[in-house]
Write a protein that binds this ligand. Structure first.
Ligand SMILES: Cc1ncc(COP(=O)(O)O)c(C=O)c1O
Length: 283
């Protein structure tokens, strides 16, 4: 595998990162994951803008010569993934310096990236998945795509151990989002999802999904969903770069609706697939 490190493409086993790197010591950095559909970077501009916003919020200077799309494309090309289903991961940490909490003076950020092939979760798309609810133990800046993901990791592990696909994080009684996806339910034929705030990541898939709702005439309410109301949901779904629109058919021990992916979810799922195909056609 060829990775990118600080301006160079090189074999992964030749990559060297300092043990003083603040990404390693403090999880002091930001990241992005972009889906590549046979070379087409899905919503690259939005991912670049969110990356910039995360870096700005963390006060990490983005290297001036870093071209987000060119870097993603370079990673795909170096790994023979230019015509494949793939994901690209990019991360920037504040850089390497002797361990002190406050920012070091004059440190160059560490830029790291890799691409990996990706298999669409077609069986899960067809059958739907189970999610569990877990307490949201994250900080108050979940809108930053920080590499500090321990609460997400712990929540996702609980989901794995429960035989679930995702953990839905509950803060102050509201089901906000998943450990790596946004979350929505259908109640009274209306898609309900948590509004943008510092308590959720502004997901690119969520954004596209809500745009498709509007195009399809599906009403949307961006309003916090109370955990207590989840039992009233007739449908539920996850939005995410690797999930796309993923039907949720079980929340904890309770079936959602009749336990099958719901009709609005199916409609959105298909609309999302069609939109991806159109983006690929347009190049
Ligand atoms: C916590 C969280 N919420 C939502 C998402 C979905 O965001 P996107 O659709 O941009 O992948 C992610 C993606 O990694 C995430 O980590």
């Amino acid at each position: 595998m060829i990775i990118h490190l600080n301006g160079q493409f090189l074999p992964k086993d030749q990559a060297r990162i300092s043990p003083d790197d603040r990404g390693f010591l403090f999880a002091d950095g930001a990241y992005e994951v972009v889906r590549a559909y046979r070379g087409h970077l899905f919503r690259a501009r939005e991912h670049r803008e969110r990356f910039d916003a995360s870096l700005k919020a963390l006060r990490i200077a983005r290297p001036a010569d870093l071209d987000f799309s060119a870097l993603c494309t370079g990673l795909l090309q170096h790994n023979q993934l230019a015509d494949a289903e793939a994901t690209v991961y990019l991360q920037i940490s504040r850089g390497a310096a002797p361990r002190k909490h406050a920012f070091p003076a004059e440190v160059a950020p560490t830029v790291y990236g890799f691409a990996a092939s990706f298999a669409n979760p077609v069986e899960k798309w067809a059958a739907g998945v189970k999610v569990i609810t877990v307490p949201d133990q994250r900080w108050a800046r979940c809108d930053i795509k920080s590499i500090s993901l321990l609460p997400n990791v712990l929540a996702n592990q609980l989901a794995q151990e429960a035989g679930a696909h995702e953990a839905v994080l509950v803060r102050d009684g509201f089901a906000l989002e998943g450990s790596l996806s946004n979350f929505a339910v259908v109640m009274d034929e209306v898609v309900h999802t948590a509004p943008r705030s510092n308590y959720i990541l502004p997901g690119i898939t969520r954004l596209v999904g809500l745009g498709l709702c509007s195009a399809l005439g599906i009403p949307v309410k961006e309003f916090p969903v109370a955990e207590a109301d989840l039992k009233c949901a007739t449908e539920a779904m996850l939005f995410g770069t690797t999930n796309e629109v993923m039907p949720v058919v079980q929340i904890n021990d309770r079936k959602v609706g009749d336990g099958q992916p719901g009709p609005l979810t199916r409609k959105l799922q298909q609309a999302f697939r069609d939109y991806v195909a159109e983006c690929q056609r347009r190049g």
